[in-house]
Design a protein around this ligand. Structure first.
Ligand code: DC
Length: 223
């Protein structure tokens, strides 16, 4: 069920940006600072990619991917003030960050029917909590009405270095290309989003800038 912000008591802060831009770390820090729930929408696309791989389905076979999504129980919830996700009752945990998942997640995320299902799950969170949600299309498509939108960016060199430090294979340029060129809700900077280039910034500096801007925007959680 879609959330209508005009009739919703809860607030959402949208944090979009490419892979390894620092948006996950800063979203986590911001949610802790505000006491909001942190929801990483990328985890939902990763969970589908993980399940598709386990089922031996080709990630570019759109029909098979959609059929698979309809067949599995991809369950998103909240436990101990943390967003949770299970697939058929199993928590995929750290496997969602694997090189294998990185290599197919953009392919399954291209599919319009996949996005319809997962966007609906993302919107449901706003019916129950104030949230900081990160992703690619949160400010542009999932919650276009929110006045609190950020696009966190960094140069491809800086992002690649950050990934290398984590020891994970991730073809960022390839993911950027697929994520920003797909037909349905591509990664874009929402018209009214504040863009922050984190290439030369520490996480604390990024957090401070976001908080400053939220204060200027009148977010009452900061009063
Ligand atoms: O944020 P991330 O790198 O964990 O996201 C993994 C992939 O999921 C990303 O390459 C594209 C897809 N994604 C998306 O299409 N829309 C979102 N809102 C979040 C992620």
């Amino acid at each position: 069920m879609a959330s209508d912000l005009n009739h919703n008591q809860y607030r959402v802060i949208a944090i979009d940006g490419p892979a390894a831009s620092g948006k996950s770390s800063v979203s986590q820090m911001l949610s802790e600072y505000l006491g909001f729930l942190h929801v990483n929408s990328g985890v939902m696309y990763r969970a589908l990619a993980w399940s598709v791989l386990r089922a031996g389905i080709h990630a570019n076979d759109d029909c098979a991917v959609v059929e698979h999504l309809r067949a599995i129980d991809l369950c998103c919830g909240i436990s101990d003030n943390k967003a949770t996700l299970t697939v058929g009752g199993v928590d995929p945990g750290g496997e969602l960050k694997s090189s294998e998942v990185n290599s197919v997640v953009s392919a399954v995320s291209r599919v319009a029917e996949v996005r319809d299902v997962l966007v609906a799950k993302q919107r449901e969170y706003l019916n129950v909590a104030d949230i900081v949600m990160e992703g690619r299309d949160i400010g542009s498509v999932v919650f276009p009405e929110t006045p609190y939108k950020f696009y966190i960016d960094a140069s491809i060199e800086v992002r690649a270095k950050r990934r290398m430090k984590e020891g994970i294979v991730d073809d960022l340029a390839q993911r950027d290309a697929v994520d920003s060129s797909r037909e349905t809700s591509p990664m874009v900077v929402a018209d009214d989003a504040a863009v922050i280039d984190t290439s030369e910034m520490t996480l604390d500096e990024v957090l401070a800038e976001i908080i400053d801007r939220l204060r200027v925007s009148g977010l009452d959680a900061l009063e």
